[in-house]
Design a protein around this ligand. Structure first.
Ligand code: IFM
Length: 470
């Protein structure tokens, strides 16, 4: 890796997972049901009828997984806390057995010399709260801040980095407008209310986390790099609508305490009903951040399109008069996502130009590639496509840093193959191959590649664990 650009000395190279995607043990130690437990049981909702019941059995195998992280040499591990494991109905007292699991995990990571980075909400809302309206209901924002306090009171002395929400765009739009994610709703204004209440919940929890002693507090957004398909004014307007929905409706309130200027055009009829937005909310949402987490996988090219549903009363909030067009000239991952690494740099430089000093330091909290991994005879997994993807995006990140963007770290998605939401177990993002029948873990070629890259940056500490390399 001698030709690889050097990251700054304190740069964090890490790996990430989330609770529902890896833990399993959904009925153990008092955990309550989440919206994803319910949604996965809806016929046709998840490919092959897959559930999170066992997943990677990380709840029982977290020590083995910590050893894999140590072998990789990562400085930090980003994982999420399952809200219904800690507070089974989303309100009321803590479930001590559930929180104990995370204490054991955190202590094990610290013993291994790995800095924990906690995400409080990676989509597994307690089902009991969904039955009271879920994120459509403003009260859920307050319940979230209470939950943040319960967790931080116990863990903030050992966890330096806290992420309130992961990808609220997905929670609001995939969950309440497109219906591809739990709770599987297809709605208009209520999906926008969900988006707003997610932001309010984030803002309410920031001071709570700080009071509990959290050193770094941020939020993770899945920001898009959007370009118009042509230079026509119609496509330019469509790209702005897409950018408003994907990026600006989150970054403007968070970083500038204002709603995005293009929202009226983006949602037209729906915007008139936004009574859920209260006068003091923007000050709450814009609580100063120590960092902005960005998840980035692939860019979008869009063109103008008519509404899918001409009736404003039944129109869902994702119906915004734009549609994506393909980028056939580049490789696509197993998700069908085009691989265009330079757009990571372009996105970051664009954010820096737009927000200047209002842009906090950035962590790339997810980046990675699903590939059709198949173990070779002998067990090794030769995932050259993933290595090339990671290499390209890390070089693009180094270019953004060289261009003056303050990026503090990068987490590969994901440590393990895991439950890829509506795709079930059919998509593999891991540096480590998981045989779901046996739960055997096999580090892929990309694991060894990332380990060498980390070592080449003067980081890393251990020997690779697990078999499978030939
Ligand atoms: O697996 C997901 C993760 O939960 C959130 N960000 C995108 C990943 C890949 O789709």
């Amino acid at each position: 890796m001698s030709d690889f650009p050097s990251f700054p000395p304190d740069f964090v190279l890490g790996a990430a997972t989330s609770a529902f995607q890896i833990e399993g043990a959904v009925y153990e130690d008092g955990r309550g049901p989440s919206v994803w437990d319910t949604f996965a049981r809806r016929p046709g909702a998840v490919l092959g009828g897959a559930t999170g019941d066992v997943a990677c059995d990380h709840y029982h195998r977290f020590r083995e997984d910590t050893a894999l992280l140590k072998g990789l040499g990562v400085r930090s591990y980003r994982f999420s806390i399952s809200w219904p494991r800690v507070q089974p109905t989303g309100s009321g007292p803590v479930n001590v057995a559930g929180l104990d699991f995370y204490e054991r995990l955190v202590d094990g990571l610290l013993e291994a010399g790995i800095e924990p980075a906690v995400t409080l909400y990676h989509w597994d809302l307690p089902q009991a709260l969904e039955e009271r309206g879920g994120w459509r209901n403003r009260d859920t924002a307050h319940r979230f801040a209470d939950y943040a306090r319960l967790v931080a009171d116990v863990l903030a002395d050992r966890v330096p980095r806290w992420i309130t929400l992961n990808e609220p765009w997905c929670s609001a739009f995939l969950g309440y407008a497109e219906g591809q994610h739990a709770p599987g709703a297809r709605e208009g204004t209520p999906a926008l209310a969900a988006a707003h209440h997610l932001l309010v919940g984030h803002g309410l929890s920031v001071p709570v986390l700080r009071e509990a002693g959290a050193r770094e507090v941020g939020i993770t957004l899945n920001l898009d790099h959007v370009t118009p398909a042509t230079d026509s004014p119609e496509d330019a307007a469509a790209a702005l609508r897409a950018e408003t929905q994907r990026n600006l409706m989150w970054t403007e309130p968070l970083l500038k305490a204002r709603y995005a200027a293009g929202e009226d055009d983006t949602w037209e009829d729906l915007i008139r009903h936004q009574s859920f937005r209260g006068p003091g909310d923007l000050d709450v949402i814009a609580a100063p951040l120590d960092f902005l987490g960005i998840n980035f996988y692939t860019p979008s090219v869009v063109r103008n399109a008519p509404y899918r549903d001409p009736d404003p009363l039944s129109r869902t909030a994702d119906d915004n008069r734009f549609t994506g067009v393909g980028i056939p000239e580049v490789r696509h991952t197993a998700m069908g996502w085009p691989v265009v690494p330079h757009t990571l740099r372009d996105l970051l430089v664009g954010l820096r130009e737009r927000y200047g000093d209002a842009l906090p330091p950035v962590y790339i909290t997810e980046n990675g590639s699903a590939e059709d991994d198949v173990p070779a005879p002998g067990g090794a997994v030769h995932d050259g496509g993933r290595i090339s993807y990671l290499d390209g995006h890390l070089r693009s990140l180094a270019a953004a840093i060289a261009d003056g963007v303050d990026v503090r770290g990068y987490y590969v998605w994901s440590l393990l193959d895991n439950f890829e939401w509506a795709y079930g177990y059919s998509k593999r993002f891991g540096l480590v191959y998981v045989d779901y029948a046996t739960q055997r873990r096999t580090p892929k070629d990309s694991y060894h590649w990332y380990r060498a890259l980390i070592a080449g940056q003067g980081q890393g500490q251990g020997e690779p664990r697990g078999g499978g390399r030939t």
